[in-house]
Write a protein that binds this ligand. Structure first.
Ligand SMILES: C[S@@+](CC[C@H](N)C(=O)[O-])C[C@H]1O[C@@H](n2cnc3c(N)ncnc32)[C@H](O)[C@@H]1O
Length: 317
């Protein structure tokens, strides 16, 4: 099981056209998709490239993703913001939104199947298909991975172009280095449905926290009672007054990210959205592994290596 959603339902935001023309269009150098060679080299003529648009409109798209969009025969689009759709439509005349496949009360798994089918139908028809997804197309996103796997199974060339994900943005906005104490990522519902082992000396990032506990795969928000179950589960490893962060990256260059710090127990009473991600900082210091150190000491002695300073800070800030 992976993350179950690709994008939240589209929201309409009115904004001036100046913002949506940001970013370079001249990006073809070094891009195999731009020359068409990668897209035409497979045995079968159709092809699929899933690209990431990044999180902030116009500011995060890579040159390769932009030129892949521009060179495609048809572009399928999964974004959570109506304005992003307007922006992508400026890059290509045949942009087809995948948002229509979502519906309140409709299984998201059915929606994903239909999205994959829509893209694959055009690949089979011999088209150069681009699937454009907000963020990174391979991060907590089911349909791009499934579409690429299916296209390859059927003998078509299919690749993924990375994008700037919510994860990348949170490291920048919150000043978190995942290498400092380690960082574990889970889809919030998956953490609830399965028996997992959390490491409270590392960061914990919970995706789709606004849908925590939804087994219907049909809802767009979870109620307080569902969130209370998530809090109860986390309370097995973290104190109830442990500070956590609700994070929402800015999707427009003129807006600010939401960075809301609160106690774990107060999560139940806080507004959570489809685009909310929960960050739980470590609550325990790193603990030495004496057995491993003894083994390393023995090895170092044998090879004459001097012991340096410990690489990792041992206590969460
Ligand atoms: C289906 S996943 C898609 C993630 C996306 N592929 C990416 O690269 O970030 C949806 C989840 O991503 C996170 N997400 C989406 N938009 C976000 C934003 N603006 N800020 C923070 N997290 C976001 C939330 O956890 C949300 O429930």
């Amino acid at each position: 099981m992976g993350c179950s959603d690709i994008a939240a339902p589209a929201r309409s935001i009115a904004i001036g056209a100046a913002l949506i023309s940001e970013g370079s269009t001249d990006a073809r150098a070094g891009n195999p998709a731009a020359s068409g060679s990668a897209l035409h080299s497979s045995k079968l003529r159709g092809s699929l490239v899933c690209v990431g648009l990044g999180m902030t409109l116009g500011a995060h798209i890579t040159p390769r993703s932009r030129s892949t969009i521009e060179q495609a025969d048809v572009v399928f689009l999964a974004v959570s913001d109506a304005l992003v759709e307007v922006w992508v439509r400026q890059m290509h005349r045949d942009v087809r939104s995948l948002q229509a496949y979502y519906g309140e009360g409709k299984s998201r798994h059915l929606s994903y199947r239909q999205m994959v089918d829509a893209m694959l139908d055009e690949v089979r028809a011999g088209k150069r298909v681009c699937g454009a997804f907000y963020g990174h197309p391979g991060v907590f996103a089911l349909a791009p991975h499934q579409a690429i796997a299916q296209a390859r199974d059927e003998g078509f060339e299919a690749t993924m172009e990375p994008g700037i994900s919510a994860e990348d943005c949170l490291y920048a906005d919150l000043g978190i280095d995942p290498g400092r104490f380690g960082c574990q990522h889970f889809e919030a519902s998956q953490l609830m449905f399965y028996q997992r082992r959390l490491d409270p000396s590392a960061y914990l990032v919970l995706w789709q926290v606004g849908l925590a506990g939804d087994r219907s795969h049909q809802r767009f928000a979870s109620g307080p009672a569902y969130l209370q179950l998530l809090v109860d589960l986390l309370a097995e490893d973290y104190p109830l007054d442990h500070p956590v962060v609700i994070y929402e990256a800015a999707t427009l260059a003129i807006s600010q990210p939401r960075i809301e710090r609160l106690a774990l127990k107060d999560l139940v009473h806080t507004a959570l959205h489809m685009q909310s991600t929960l960050i739980v900082p470590p609550c325990q210091p790193l603990r030495h592994n004496p057995r491993m150190h003894e083994q390393l000491d023995a090895l170092d002695r044998m090879s004459g290596v001097a012991r340096g300073h410990p690489h990792h800070k041992e206590n969460p800030a």
